[in-house]
Design a protein around this ligand. Structure first.
Ligand code: SF4
Length: 316
């Protein structure tokens, strides 16, 4: 039985009277799926797994084409109201609250904002209480339609950071992208705590900014720009594409599902502008042979935004 990340799931499926599900999960959870599928089968629920890459709730598989009555999407919360044909389970991950002790010496302000990713949002109240007992008043607010849970941020939305009303925030989660994104999106002081390793650091975005400056300079003089337009429902930004197209005659929109180095190589543009998942341009640049700019970076290149007004790309 492996429903540890989603203990109340069976009750929710039973309440919907569901007998056949299509299960979709991000890459980090896929290895849990064989045992998860077996556990559901033992309880009379037929399972088909979606094997395609999945990075967020912006990209939902359709259960009807796979013979399922319902999509069971693991590892994310819905972006806005979930569709009738899907239920979500964020796959909560616990951590010992004592790990917060590592952050206390780095926090300068007595009142801070609290941010995390969906897997840890169930611990927000416990974290607030723990910090309060150690003299730190933490505030966590919802991030609006795209990230509706208290304190929740996404790689495409930092609204919960902007709304927290603090000058300093504590981000609890793994990886460097989210805390860097908060820093660039808000200018707030950011302390990042990995709740599993206990490593805690104050975030400095200057190296990323230098890299992005170099990429913009590499794209200067490009003979052609491919504007990448995602086919994924939660990543499609048609109005933005139209605006970007208006900035130069050298751009052509390119509709894509997955953005891969081979795809960009074969398309043959000198540079690209990414309107799909914002993380692509930042996280995956090392894999691409050509510069891949974010929309605000393309504005800088086209002279309609100043470098001093650099902004990280978000989907609103
Ligand atoms: S657009 Fe990217 S960051 Fe936003 S939800 Fe989708 S995969 Fe995550």
């Amino acid at each position: 039985m492996s429903l540890k990340g989603a203990p109340d799931l069976l009750d929710r499926l039973k309440a919907r009277g569901v007998h056949r599900v299509l299960v979709q999960a991000p890459e980090g959870l896929k290895r849990e799926l064989p045992a998860f599928a077996r556990a559901l089968k033992e309880r009379g629920i037929a399972v088909t797994l979606s094997g395609d890459p999945c990075y967020g709730a912006c990209d939902l598989a359709r259960p009807d084409v796979a013979g399922g009555e319902l999509l069971l999407h693991l590892g994310h919360a819905p972006l806005g109201g979930p569709p009738e044909w899907a239920i979500f389970d964020p796959w909560h991950l616990d951590f010992p609250l004592e790990v917060l002790d590592n952050a206390l010496p780095l926090l300068h302000d007595p009142a801070i904002g609290l941010l995390t990713t969906v897997q840890h949002t169930h611990l927000i109240d416990a974290v607030v209480t723990y910090l309060s007992a150690h003299g730190v008043r933490a505030t966590a607010v919802p991030g609006g339609d795209r990230a509706p849970l208290r304190g929740q941020i996404l790689g495409c939305s930092y609204a919960a950071a902007r709304g927290c009303g603090a000058r300093e925030v504590l981000f609890i989660g793994t990886g460097v992208f989210h805390p860097l994104g908060v820093r660039l999106a808000t200018g707030l002081e950011v302390v990042a705590l990995d709740p599993f390793t206990g490593v805690c650091t104050r975030v400095d975005a200057s190296r990323l900014l230098r890299q992005r400056f170099a990429i913009i300079e590499r794209a200067r003089g490009a003979a052609s720009f491919g504007i990448l337009v995602s086919e994924k429902t939660g990543q499609r930004r048609e109005a933005l594409v139209k605006y970007l197209m208006s900035l130069t005659d050298l751009a052509v929109p390119v509709r894509v599902n997955e953005v891969t180095p081979d795809l960009l190589l074969n398309l043959g543009f000198s540079a690209y502008v990414n309107t799909a998942c914002p993380r692509l341009a930042y996280d995956d640049q090392v894999r691409f042979f050509a510069p891949v700019l974010s929309p605000p970076e393309f504005e800088i290149l086209c002279g309609v935004r100043k470098w001093e007004d650099y902004a990280i790309d978000e989907i609103t």
